[in-house]
Design a protein around this ligand. Structure first.
Ligand SMILES: *Cc1c(COP(=O)(O)O)cnc(C)c1O
Length: 226
């Protein structure tokens, strides 16, 4: 797998999407999704200048992180169980997948104990797919004031996964809806949310056109997961 060639290709698509959207390229951060990849692959990617890696399982992440350079930053992008919050608080710089008050409360409690503040995103199931985690939009808006009360949690924005489709244009309305929801959340909170985590290997260019600030790329960068 030629990660360097993949990265070059991704960077030029990313730059072209930013250009189309009239955005600077530094407004989009690449999260390299290393789930299912061995630590050697992460170390090779780090040599190419990549610094932010996304994982979806605590056990896998914990083992991998200990074998990778200290300067790397790790994001939790998968569903988090409350019994894994303590580890999550220790390992991750940003948690993309907060999807309930119960989980937020447990993260807050673990962060308090660790004397830390935790950066989070709220995951939204925009398309209402039964197979996906995430807040229904109406429930998110209803619970937001309570979510905002946790002293050890900093809400930085929203995250979503679009339904799988071979046609990336199908994801556009989903991304547009998340952006609208971001604005609604900002007005409820009285301060704008800065991050929109949306777009994966198949649909990141559309996501950037619709305002993504974090794109999460696995297969486009590393090839198929074994
Ligand atoms: C696996 C995963 C990705 C990366 O998917 P690719 O299609 O391989 O780019 C992004 N986000 C989440 C939440 C994932 O679980």
């Amino acid at each position: 797998m030629d990660v360097r060639a993949n990265l070059d290709r991704i960077r030029s698509k990313l730059a072209a999407a930013c250009e189309r959207a009239g955005r600077g390229i530094d407004t989009v951060t690449l999260v390299s999704v290393s789930k299912g990849q061995p630590p050697e692959t992460v170390r090779a990617a780090a040599e190419l200048g990549l610094t932010i890696f996304g994982e979806n399982r605590i056990q896998e992440a914990k083992a991998k992180i200990s074998l990778c350079p200290n300067r790397l930053r790790w994001h939790m992008i998968g569903h988090l169980q409350t019994n894994k919050c303590r580890e999550a608080v220790r390992l991750f710089d940003l948690i993309h997948s907060v999807d309930s008050l119960h989980l937020a409360a447990e993260l807050d409690r673990c962060a308090e104990r660790a004397a830390k503040t935790i950066r989070i995103l709220l995951e939204v199931n925009v398309a209402g797919e039964a197979s996906k985690y995430g807040y229904a939009p109406a429930q998110l808006l209803a619970e937001l004031p309570e979510l905002n009360r946790f002293r050890r949690l900093e809400i930085h924005g929203l995250m979503t996964m679009a339904p799988w489709s071979p046609d990336p244009e199908k994801a556009r309305p989903v991304f547009r809806r998340l952006r609208k929801l971001q604005a609604e959340c900002g007005s409820i909170l009285g301060a704008p949310l800065s991050e929109l985590s949306m777009g994966m290997s198949g649909d990141f260019e559309v996501a950037i056109e619709e305002g993504a600030t974090l794109v999460r790329l696995g297969t486009a960068l590393f090839g198929d997961r074994s």
